[in-house]
Design a protein around this ligand. Structure first.
Ligand SMILES: Cc1cc2nc3c(=O)[nH]c(=O)nc-3n(C[C@H](O)[C@H](O)[C@H](O)COP(=O)(O)OP(=O)(O)OC[C@H]3O[C@@H](n4cnc5c(N)ncnc54)[C@H](O)[C@@H]3O)c2cc1C
Length: 418
């Protein structure tokens, strides 16, 4: 089949690779001049199956509401634009109900586990190096923080996720760079999770897809798509082209394209930040910073090692502008870095970044047929697109090829969002 993919973030690139591997003739249209230039550019890099869950969960609605009136919170509503997201918030609130949350959590976990297996397989088979390191610790500062995680721990147990509750001494053994003066009560250790450079991986997989014959057309914006037996893509500054299938992997911009074919998705941009800086080495001392990935559970901020650099990332803002990198959110990232790894990074040379997570209100992405003939969807991966990309791409490639999906895909289709 001749398949067009719109968007070359981590999701589009992975989809291109899987479709090319199954023998399809793939063309990727990307408006930017390279792959992974938007949400996939400088994300935290955490590959987490274990502590991954929908952001909408029992109690999170109230927590977010409180964040309107209280001090720093992990999720914030920014500016008047956030008010236009009220319908999205309502759906998010409804998805927090325990039964709905449990089903979404199970769907996400199935996809995440499959995705990490696929990522491992590709890494091994293709010999890929993308600054990966194993191990993920969720740091709990106090007994109260641990108590707040009791339900999560019970769910991990029920879902059979490999994890271990470790005390502070063991945390310091696993991550010797952790600052001993910062109060630490315990941590949840996910030995099979870890960290890797998403953008770097996207570049490697793009080359592999090209080797299989996929073509990438950069600086080429898709203006519209038309559904049908031979779906079409209208392009800026180039002739429209017809295909046998079109896959929309356009992240937060997807809705503009989908409206034209009558598909409406409750997709919101949830902004987050990252700071990336070189590790500071001192002769004679062991390397500073984390070995792999840790997350400060209270502040929902991750501190990760990416090769010879350290990346601090987190925060979630609904509303606001992508090009407005405020000083206050960055200060919060720097404070967390100082709490856990003081002096570990050469912050004078730090790069600051703000990205938009393509977020559906209930958590899982949307995979599969859109309902409009010939138009397929692989988008809405929210805060876990790096973790979920390889698995989502494989599922979609199998579906387009008319083969059975390699896992139970209930809860991942578009029907749930109508
Ligand atoms: C601060 C932050 C931290 C994160 N941390 C993690 C993490 O630790 N682990 C994890 O798993 N995930 C993480 N994520 C989430 C992850 O980065 C995203 O889910 C993922 O990058 C989404 O990938 P995507 O390909 O769908 O979107 P994108 O990377 O945004 O790609 C979409 C592409 O489509 C292109 N496009 C859009 N419209 C058009 C058009 N009309 N024509 C042509 N091209 C078009 C865009 O230019 C873009 O390149 C984080 C996100 C943020 C913001």
């Amino acid at each position: 089949m001749r398949v067009a993919i719109i968007g070359a973030g981590i999701v589009g690139v992975s989809t291109a690779y899987e479709l090319a591997l199954l023998g399809h003739e793939v063309t990727v249209f990307e408006r930017r001049s390279s792959v992974a230039e938007e949400a996939s550019f400088a994300n935290a890099g955490v590959l987490a199956t274990g502590c991954l869950g929908p952001w909408a969960g029992p109690g999170t609605g109230w927590k977010a509401m409180r964040s309107l009136f209280e001090g720093p919170a992990a999720l914030r509503f920014s500016g008047l634009h956030a008010l236009s997201q009220l319908p999205w918030m309502w759906r998010w609130w409804r998805a927090s109900r325990p039964r709905v949350h449990r089903a979404n959590q199970a769907a996400l976990l199935r996809l995440a586990q499959f995705s990490c297996e696929r990522l491992l397989g590709l890494t091994r088979d293709l010999g890929l190096e993308f600054e990966q390191a194993p191990g993920f610790l969720v740091l709990l500062r106090s007994e109260r923080d641990l108590k707040a995680r009791k339900t999560t721990l019970a769910a991990l147990q029920d879902l059979g996720v490999a994890h271990e509750l470790v005390d502070a001494a063991r945390c310091h053994g696993l991550e010797p760079g952790l600052h001993r003066a910062t109060a630490l009560h315990a941590a949840i250790h996910f030995p099979q999770d870890g960290v890797g450079n998403c953008r770097h991986f996207a570049h490697l997989l793009k080359s592999q897809a090209q080797r299989l014959g996929a073509s990438f057309r950069f600086d080429t914006e898709a203006l519209a798509v038309a559904a049908g037996r031979a779906p079409r893509v209208e392009l800026a500054g180039a002739e429209a082209a017809s295909f046998d299938a079109v896959v929309v992997c356009a992240g937060v911009q997807a809705q503009r394209l989908l409206s034209g074919v009558g598909v409406s998705l409750p997709l919101a941009a949830v902004h987050g930040y990252s700071v990336t800086a070189p590790l500071r080495h001192v002769d004679g001392l062991p390397p500073p910073g984390p070995r792999a990935a840790v997350m400060d559970d209270r502040h929902q901020i991750a501190v990760c090692r990416l090769g010879q650099r350290i990346r601090v990332s987190g925060l979630a803002e609904l509303g606001g502008r992508l090009d407005d990198i405020g000083a206050a959110p960055l200060r919060r990232l720097y404070r967390t870095l100082d709490d856990w790894f003081p002096g570990a990074a050469a912050t004078r040379d730090a790069q600051h970044w703000k990205g938009a997570r393509p977020m559906l209100p209930d958590g899982p992405p949307v995979l599969g047929a859109s309902g409009a003939p010939g138009i397929w969807l692989n988008l809405g991966h929210g805060g876990s697109g790096w973790t979920l990309a390889c698995g989502s791409a494989r599922v979609l490639a199998e579906q387009i090829s008319g083969r059975e999906a390699p896992l139970d895909v209930s809860g991942l289709g578009v029907a749930r969002l109508r």
